[in-house]
Design a protein around this ligand. Structure first.
Ligand code: UD1
Length: 419
């Protein structure tokens, strides 16, 4: 199993172009199966999760071409509406194919998605919404079978929590209904807006992107479209954190600055100077020692993203004072803390709350990746730590980061992948 080996305490400086968003491309790839013709997806990141989606698309019968960040999906030869357990288990977000398959063929049979590192991740909101739309759902021996006998007339649904995945599944399942579907209290993440923009390019009629209520007027069919994936705001935050923790400077290109609105004040609180160069570029200059963050509470968008919590915690671990984190989205999103302690961090957890006393220096150690963003936090901490940090289970990182060691090396990091 490959490992990442980092010789830390080296300042990072330079510029970096940010990849397309993982959380955007995965639902869009699922959406391509609803279309009647080939779709071209540009700025597609080359990630483990994208390859898992490709495997699912091929299993369903799609023809795929993936070259130079452009992915072509031809769904014309789709000949099935089931996804077997071995594919569903590879990636939690495989569940997004449920809504897409229902729009494609009116029925779907798939196993429950794989277990998750972030604690229990039920899909009750997805299934409740689909039932309200009129789908009949059978749950049996870990499989879900979902169908409708006729075209569904549309309905009014209110989500009890603005779940990202449930919002995506319900959008996908309703685009071809015979009436109007209204969904209240939806998630408003930029990645959901990207999905809606893609579907509308294909001929869907969805209003309300970025707002709490969506109005989806069903259409007969979806045609082909070409679409460029939005930049990955969590990857942008990762590289900003890497620069900040090493006292470096970084120019980020190919980002959407407005989507970093909830993150920029957090960096400014730590003493980083942020200069918005344009709508798509930002410069960060960090102090020799970071200040702590008083209180960081993860919230649904536009609040502070849960995916960034481990990244900012890595920075807080060497800040000059005490930072407090409250994790409101996932029950078990502090698994990286045990590994940060091995690097010399001083962190205490009580339920949802983590209290981080910044230490002067982290020191290199052997650590294990626990989940995607937790693994990224270990890379960030390793870059700051004195000596050698070895990170195992790097497949977690490869799920969401394209060429991470090449990118960090270009900024001056000493990082290698070793078998
Ligand atoms: C998505 C993102 C993930 C991000 C998360 C929150 C993708 C591929 N993943 O995950 O990176 O961390 O949003 O911003 O886009 N819940 C239920 N019942 C449900 C659905 C969700 O109880 O049916 C709970 C979950 O257990 C969790 C919370 O709601 O505690 C948030 O989940 P959700 O917004 O659905 O996140 P995901 O779509 O799984």
């Amino acid at each position: 199993m490959p490992k990442l080996v980092i010789e830390g305490a080296k300042q990072l400086n330079g510029e970096i172009k940010i990849q397309g968003s993982k959380n955007s491309v995965l639902p869009i790839l699922a959406a391509t199966i609803i279309c009647d013709d080939e779709c071209i997806i540009n700025n597609c990141p080359d990630l483990l999760d994208v390859h898992t989606s490709i495997e699912i698309l091929k299993y369903l019968g799609c023809k795929i071409k993936f070259e130079n960040s452009t992915l072509a999906v031809d769904p014309r030869s789709i000949n099935r509406s089931d996804i077997p357990e071995y594919l569903m288990r590879k990636m939690r977000s495989s569940i997004i194919f449920l809504g897409a398959l229902l729009s494609k063929s009116g029925n779907a049979k798939l196993s429950l998605p794989g277990g998750c590192e972030l604690g229990p991740r039920p899909i009750d909101l997805h299934l409740d919404g689909l039932r309200q739309m009129g789908f009949i759902i059978y749950e049996n021996h870990g499989y879900i079978e979902c169908k409708s006998k006729y075209k569904l007339p549309g309905c009014n649904i209110t989500l009890s929590f603005p779940s990202v995945g449930a919002t995506e599944n319900l959008i996908l399942a309703s685009v071809k209904s015979s009436g109007i579907t209204v969904i209240n209290n939806v998630a408003r993440e930029p990645e959901i807006c990207d999905l809606i923009n893609f579907l509308n390019k294909c001929g869907a009629k969805i209003k309300g992107a970025g707002e709490s209520t969506l109005l989806i007027e069903g259409v007969e069919s979806l045609h082909s479209a070409q679409h460029s994936i939005i930049p990955d705001r969590i990857v942008a935050t990762t590289y900003m954190s890497a620069a900040a923790i090493t006292g470096g400077t970084l120019l980020l290109k190919n980002i959407s600055v407005k989507e970093l609105d909830s993150i920029i004040p957090i960096f400014e609180e730590t003493g980083c100077l942020i200069n918005k160069k344009s709508e798509s570029a930002l410069y960060i200059e960090s102090p020799s020692r970071l200040y702590p963050n008083k209180l960081i509470r993860t919230m649904p968008y536009p609040g502070f993203p849960t995916d960034s919590q481990p990244l900012i915690m890595a920075m807080a671990s060497v800040a000059n004072g005490t930072s407090v984190f409250v994790e409101n989205i996932f029950e078990n999103r502090y698994k990286h803390v045990g590994e940060l302690l091995r690097l010399g961090a001083d962190i205490k957890i009580e339920g949802k709350v983590a209290i981080v006393e910044g230490v002067k220096r982290l020191s290199g150690a052997n650590v294990t990746s626990t989940d995607l963003r937790g693994a990224a936090a270990l890379v960030i901490s390793g870059l700051a730590a004195e000596g050698i940090t070895t990170i195992s289970d790097v497949h977690h990182i490869d799920r969401g980061y394209e060429s991470i060691e090449k990118n960090l090396k270009s900024l001056g990091a000493n990082i290698e992948r070793k078998n």
